[in-house]
Design a protein around this ligand. Structure first.
Ligand SMILES: Cc1cc2nc3c(=O)[nH]c(=O)nc-3n(C[C@H](O)[C@H](O)[C@H](O)COP(=O)(O)O)c2cc1C
Length: 307
């Protein structure tokens, strides 16, 4: 799919934005295994204006990433415009607006999925962002917040200037429960002229084929990549050798280039637990990983487990 000047590959595969998960190392690994594009964790437009240092670490990138997408959220047009013009986002080729986050602290500010209940404001934000950049602009949203108004919302995105949309086919109330509604994805795809990226529950070849059958222009993968960024190679049918321990090592190595060891020790634990989740004896392994003193000790434990 070609969006403005950006040439996404056929059947574009995108690593989802995931707050607290899609760090620079994880995005680099997903890219090395075939993700065509990667999205940052959601970046607060207000925080970018008031305290850009706090956001900077989320905008780190490596040369491994191909198409760089920055995701911003907010409910004020001026802050959104300022965020887009921020030097922090200069290197990103695509700007994505989060209109799907159901987290209470976001919704109570009228941001994220709350904007699905306020089409006039959502439209104003999209138009304002569109007027502030020549880069492709996308909007990521859900089936709805208070009502399932995804079709009206998608049409509004198109009319307001979005170059493509990403649709996670669950309502806010569903959170991550139940199954994403692939009929709703096919429905949106049939009604819009702009490209549609389908998202929700792609975890293997079978679900990938089911998602592609909706006719979408690209597929976004989130939780299916946790602890296995090589899923992109599997979905593409690439014959790459996967040394799982080397993947973990590389993840740690990239993050060590940027982050303090004390912070990293606490942060990386969840990733290590995901990497370990499919190993035999995973319960005792999880306990060991959860209680080990430092990263090198954790790596030693994983090395033995992967051997
Ligand atoms: C831990 C976590 C953090 C997330 N953070 C974001 C985010 O920052 N922005 C966003 O648009 N969606 C976020 N999401 C939603 C994902 O991008 C994606 O839409 C959702 O997980 C469904 O896709 P999946 O079934 O492939 O995981 C998050 C999901 C998870 C599990």
């Amino acid at each position: 799919m070609i969006v403005k000047n950006i040439d996404f590959s056929d059947n574009t595969l995108i690593l989802a934005p995931m707050a607290g998960v899609s760090d620079v190392g994880f995005r680099a690994l997903a890219s090395s295994f075939g993700a065509d594009a990667t999205v940052t964790e959601m970046l607060s437009a207000r925080a970018m204006a008031h305290n850009p240092k706090k956001t900077e670490f989320m905008t780190l990138t490596t040369n491994e990433e191909k198409i760089l997408i920055a995701q911003i959220f907010g409910h004020e047009e001026d802050f959104m415009q300022r965020a887009i013009s921020s030097p922090l986002l200069e290197k990103f080729q695509v700007i994505d607006i989060n209109m799907g986050c159901p987290a209470p602290k976001i919704v109570k500010n009228g941001e994220g999925v709350a904007l699905m209940d306020n089409l006039p404001l959502a439209s104003k934000i999209i138009s304002a962002c569109k007027n502030s950049t020549d880069k492709p602009l996308s909007v990521k949203f859900r089936k709805g917040n208070k009502s399932e108004n995804f079709l009206d919302f998608a049409r509004m995105c198109e009319e307001s200037g979005a170059d493509y949309v990403t649709f996670h086919a669950r309502t806010a109330a569903q959170g991550y429960s139940g199954h994403a509604d692939y009929d709703a994805i096919a429905n949106i795809k049939a009604k819009l002229k702009i490209p549609v990226i389908g998202n929700g529950d792609v975890v293997d070849k079978k679900s990938f084929e089911e998602m592609k059958a909706t006719g979408v222009d690209g597929v976004m993968v989130g939780r299916g990549a946790m602890g296995r960024p090589w899923i992109f190679a599997e979905l593409k049918g690439s014959n790459v050798e996967i040394d799982r321990f080397k993947v973990v090592q590389r993840h740690v190595q990239i993050l060590r280039e940027y982050f303090d060891e004390n912070w990293l020790k606490l942060y990386i634990r969840k990733h290590l637990l995901w990497y370990a989740s499919n190993l035999p004896m995973s319960a005792s392994l999880r306990l060991k990983l959860a209680t080990c003193e430092n990263i090198d000790e954790c790596l030693e434990i994983l090395k033995k487990a992967f051997a």
